[in-house]
Design a binder for this molecule. Structure first.
Ligand code: IPM
Ligand code: MG
Length: 353
């Protein structure tokens, strides 16, 4: 089959990890007889430099005309003094919004091979970890009205509408049905009206999924539970800001933020796939970055957007095998392992495909 993929390398380590991932996709194409047509487009800092906007219209159009989007990472200190609405990050938010990508799926899986890199004690982590964070991505405080009264005050409004909560809750329950059938809703309903509203709608949606167990945690408690008893979690559903924070926390339980992929989905099969880590400007252009988060994001892309399950399984198996062989980038290195760079890690994974 022939598939159209929009590719946004982005800033910092973005181009390096995307290049390694595209090579893996090419290897999948060879092995399984597919054709992937890539169109490279600009967003973030690279787009600011080239076209004076973090999100050119052409990028939106090309993404909309593709089967899926692969994104590296956006932003960096170079653009720190750009006004807020023109920052690289604003381009990413506008891209998510204009593509309708409201459901951000962030799996936190601790590979057996990386047990040593997990910062938690063995008795807490047991035989591993498999949590799916379902983060609402196009609403909440990220997109609410914002303002500033000169030097005196500033505000960002956290607002959710009924359809926004319903659809993300439905996504979480649907995913839970294919996993451990447990959803933990995370909010701040002891303080925030928006959270009380959110929680009541999650409870309504839960009635359509009688097989799924639902519980609620306040976000402060959830942050604590993730480190004292992470194995209680199956699917976590939460709003945009809380999901941003908790998914970084969950990612570190898997050894390194350099391991975690993400999918941002709309209603259909279309999605954007990116590692959850940032552009790591401190190690950019040094061939040091861990490409695994992006490579397993590609596996998610094959599975969710292109229905290529065997191909996705093959990538994940190759990553596991490479880790089992002892190859490690610096972020997941431990004594006795073989240190490799970005390009070598990509090559080893391809060899194992
Ligand atoms: C993420 C990032 C983004 C977010 C930033 C770069 C705008 O932290 O994808 O988690 O806050 O959503
Ligand atoms: Mg984040």
């Amino acid at each position: 089959m022939n598939y159209k993929i929009a590719v946004i390398p982005g800033d910092g380590i973005g181009p390096e990890i995307v290049a390694a991932s595209v090579k893996v996709l090419d290897a999948v194409a060879d092995k399984f007889d597919h054709t992937f047509d890539y169109t490279e487009v600009l967003a973030g800092g690279a787009a600011i430099d080239a076209c004076d906007t973090p999100l050119p219209q052409e990028t939106i159009d090309i993404c909309k005309n593709s089967d899926a989007v692969l994104l590296g990472a956006l932003g960096g200190p170079k653009w720190d003094n750009v006004p807020g609405d023109k920052r690289p990050e604003a381009g990413l938010l506008a891209l998510r919004k204009s593509l309708g990508l409201y459901a951000n799926l962030r799996p936190a899986i601790l590979y057996e091979e990386l047990m040593d890199s997990c910062p938690l004690k063995a008795e807490i982590i047991g035989d591993g970890l498999d949590i799916m964070v379902v983060r609402e991505l196009t609403g909440g405080i990220y997109f609410g009205e914002k303002g500033r009264d000169g030097e005196n005050a500033a505000w960002d409004i956290m607002k959710y509408s009924r359809p926004e909560v319903e659809r993300i809750a439905r996504t979480a329950f649907t995913i839970a049905m294919k996993r451990g059938k447990k959803v933990t809703n995370v909010d701040k309903a002891n303080v925030l009206e928006v959270s009380r509203f959110w929680r009541s709608i999650v409870e309504e949606v839960a009635k359509d999924f009688p097989e799924v167990t639902l519980n609620h945690l306040y976000v402060d408690n959830a942050a604590m539970q993730l480190v004292i008893n992470p194995k209680q979690f199956d699917v976590i559903v939460t709003g945009n800001l809380f999901g941003d924070i908790l998914s970084d926390e969950a990612s570190m339980l898997t050894g390194s933020i350099g391991m975690l992929p993400s999918a941002s989905m709309s209603d259909g099969k279309f999605g954007m796939y990116e590692p959850i880590h940032g552009s790591a400007p401190d190690i950019a252009n040094q061939n040091k970055a861990n490409p695994i988060a992006t490579i397993v994001s590609v596996a998610m892309m094959l599975r969710y957007s292109l229905d290529l399950n065997d191909e996705a399984d093959a990538i994940e198996a190759a990553v596991k095998k490479t880790l089992a062989q002892g190859y490690r980038t610096g972020d997941i290195y431990s004594e006795g392992m073989t240190m490799v760079n970005t390009v070598e890690m990509g090559q080893k994974i391809i060899e194992n495909l």
